[in-house]
Design a protein around this ligand. Structure first.
Ligand SMILES: Nc1nc2c(ncn2[C@@H]2O[C@H](COP(=O)(O)OP(=O)(O)O)[C@@H](O)[C@H]2O)c(=O)[nH]1
Ligand SMILES: [Mg+2]
Ligand SMILES: [Zn+2]
Ligand SMILES: [Zn+2]
Ligand SMILES: [Zn+2]
Length: 644
């Protein structure tokens, strides 16, 4: 019996009133996460026409949708009947294809056909012939061999050929290491090619991470492209981005690399420039109160621009099919900005991806598999409706964050420099006072001072995992403009602190060409030196004649201090401007990555007596939510641990 016929048979068993309710569910929007059939199409539709429209809209998932509505109109008996009909069909050999069947029907028949062939590989012949069988199963697990391309730190894995005339949907996955991102990508691949439980086959596009490789793999962004299966289950091809996982305690200092990597991907010509959905991948079993989860959510939120809010959804793995209370509460506590449904609930989809596990424990696993299938159905329906969002604003946010941190670091370095310079000046002042008589008589004398100087200090640079870690320094200003976390740029001009060809950090805002990227940075140091009065004069009053007295020496030193104060003040203003800008464009301006700088900025603004700005910053700090506080706690605890 054909697919449509089964549905029709079921609908025919409904009373007229029930049938009307059934139709109502198809257009009312009450099928959470599923597309509607327009009301006008359904109004006068009879049972046959209704079946046609269901199949057109839901293709392979038609039966599932019908079952869901039947449950809602309290005809569980028909749900069972329909289930039995379907199972019966799957067990029959139906190689006879009905020519009148539309394409959706055709696919179902192919599924049936393959089921009958006990050997699923005939259906997936094209794919299996290009893959390695890694478990004989059931299910038989195949490792695909996608085409691999590398663009800098970005890896692209492609299955099939891109067809520019077809729609493509892009999904960005973020989440904790181990949350299930890679597995979800595999599940999406299997879903998109129409693999069903009964096929007893499973494909892996993402390689299982070997323990040793885990670290290097998770530091890279991998873009998976799935082409050529459009219209199989989904009317579009897929681009799925697997980002490095957060919250790996061992590498917490390097979590900044995730934003760095994302930025590179969004900015690179070969990268990704729009997304349809951002999936926050989290486990249903996660503890909602854990600082670690808050840290992960908070870090993920800090990546994006305001305009992405409606594209962000929660993808809940390890689900038992029940409402994921813990995960939803965690999202609530973290004031997570994401898509909400009519009831103002976080849009979320449930999965339990262990389809690759041995199917001999059939009973349980089949139920589990149904959770994922439903999740896929709803998530892909969301994707279908979702509008692409360009990533320009997100790129700005990431750049502003990097520049804010660089400015603050430069400011801190300058504060240190000022303090050391103050000591040097005081020492000279005292020496001059002590030697007043000698000066008057033009006699020679020496003083010992702690002279401030810039030194080049080697850093643990070179290849860290697979990318280049170093510092970008300005050789004119003798300042470290970007360190640490300057991981991509082999050349300073590609560093994120360079904007329109000029540095956004150093004193003179020098062109990129005055900068070098290397495995050293400038540090401010002092050394004890003996200075003669001649030398001091040499240094501070090159063009002055002997007759002009030593007072001008002090004048020069004070001038230098004035200059430093002005520079500090400028850096403070620039830092403030970055914060203001983040307020305007960031999805979560007051995430931990901004808040860590607030106290310092407030203190410095107070010192300068800038009440208005102090107020604004304090207002921002007062808004910090519990999620961010937990994230800061986690960050703090783990940074200290790793320093020990
Ligand atoms: N039971 C179950 N296991 C899962 C699920 N998702 C992932 N896993 C398992 O959890 C582990 C980590 O998953 P992986 O996809 O590598 O996480 P990633 O670090 O986010 O990429 C693997 O052993 C998976 O097999 C799920 O939904 N249910
Ligand atoms: Mg992974
Ligand atoms: Zn850089
Ligand atoms: Zn610079
Ligand atoms: Zn400079």
């Amino acid at each position: 019996m054909a697919y449509k016929e089964r549905l029709l048979k079921t609908l025919n068993e409904l009373e007229q009133k029930e049938f009307e309710s059934f139709r109502w569910f198809l257009h009312s929007g009450c099928l959470e996460g599923l597309p509607n059939i327009p009301k006008s199409n359904l109004e006068d539709a009879n049972r046959m026409q209704t079946v046609d429209m269901i199949v057109q809209t839901y293709s392979q998932q038609s039966v599932e949708v019908a079952k869901e509505i039947l449950k809602k109109i309290r005809r569980k008996d028909l749900v069972e009947k329909l289930t039995n009909l379907c199972t019966a069909v799957q067990e029959r050999d139906s190689t006879q294809l009905d020519k009148r069947q539309d394409s959706a029907m055709l696919r179902t028949s192919q599924v049936k056909q393959n089921k009958a062939n006990t050997n699923p590989s005939s259906k997936y012949k094209d794919i299996t012939s290009n893959s390695d069988l890694i478990h004989s199963g059931p299910p038989a697990v195949y490792q695909l061999k996608p085409k691999k391309e590398k663009f800098g730190t970005l890896t692209r894995m492609t299955v099939g050929e891109k067809n520019l005339n077809k729609t493509n949907k892009t999904i960005l996955l973020v989440g904790e290491t181990g949350a299930g991102k890679s597995t979800l990508i595999n599940a999406l691949f299997n879903y998109s090619i129409g693999v069903r439980w009964e096929d007893e086959v499973w494909f892996q596009i993402v390689k299982e991470e070997k323990k040793q490789q885990a670290e290097s793999q998770t530091s890279d962004v991998i873009v998976y492209e799935i082409f050529g299966f459009e219209d199989k289950t989904l009317p579009y091809s897929l681009t799925i981005i697997d980002t490095p996982g957060y919250g790996n305690t061992k590498t917490i200092e390097h979590d900044g690399i995730i934003s760095q990597r994302s930025l590179e991907m969004f900015q690179s010509e070969d990268g990704v420039h729009e997304v349809h959905a951002v999936g926050l991948v989290m486990k249903a079993t996660d503890n909602r109160l854990s600082d670690r989860l808050m840290y992960v959510l908070n870090s993920a939120m800090s990546l994006f621009g305001k305009d992405l809010e409606k594209n962000i959804v929660a993808l809940i793995t390890h689900s038992d099919g029940k409402r994921p209370r813990n995960a939803l509460e965690a999202l609530e506590t973290g004031k997570t900005k994401c898509a909400k449904n009519e009831e103002n609930q976080v849009v979320h989809f449930l999965f339990n991806n262990c389809q690759y596990e041995n199917q001999t424990e059939e009973g349980d696993l089949k139920v589990v598999n149904e959770i994922s299938e439903r999740g896929m159905l709803k998530f892909t329906a969301f994707l279908k409706e979702s509008k692409p969002q360009r990533l320009e604003k997100t790129v700005h946010v990431l750049n502003e964050r990097i520049r804010l941190t660089a400015c603050i670091q430069n400011l801190q370095e300058k504060i240190k420099l000022t303090e050391l310079k103050e000591t040097e000046i005081r020492q000279i002042q005292e020496a001059l006072k002590k030697n007043e008589k000698k000066i008057k008589k033009n006699k020679n004398f020496t003083v010992e001072v702690d002279e401030v100087y810039k030194d080049k200090e080697p850093i643990d640079g070179g290849m860290w995992f697979i990318f280049y870690v170093g510092a970008v320094c300005c050789t004119v200003c003798e300042e470290t403009c970007h360190y640490p976390a300057c991981t991509k740029a082999w050349y300073p001009k590609y560093c994120q602190i360079i904007k329109h060809g000029r540095c956004t950090v150093c004193r003179e805002k020098c062109p990129a060409s005055d900068h070098v990227k290397g495995n050293w940075r400038y540090v401010t140091k002092t050394r004890k030196v003996q200075k003669t009065n001649e030398e001091m004069k040499e240094k501070y009053e090159k063009n002055k004649s002997e007759s002009e007295n030593m007072l001008s020496l002090l004048g020069n030193l004070e001038g230098e201090m004035k200059q430093l104060t002005a520079e500090k003040s400028q850096l403070l203003d620039e830092s403030y401007q970055h914060v203001v800008r983040l307020e305007q464009i960031a999805l979560k301006a007051d995430s931990a990555s901004t808040v860590v700088h607030l106290d310092f900025l407030i203190e410095k603004m107070k010192e300068r007596g800038d009440t208005e700005k102090v107020q604004k910053l304090e207002e921002m700090r007062s808004r910090v939510d519990d999620g961010t506080k937990a994230a800061l706690r986690y960050k703090h605890d783990n940074e200290t641990v790793s320093l020990l």
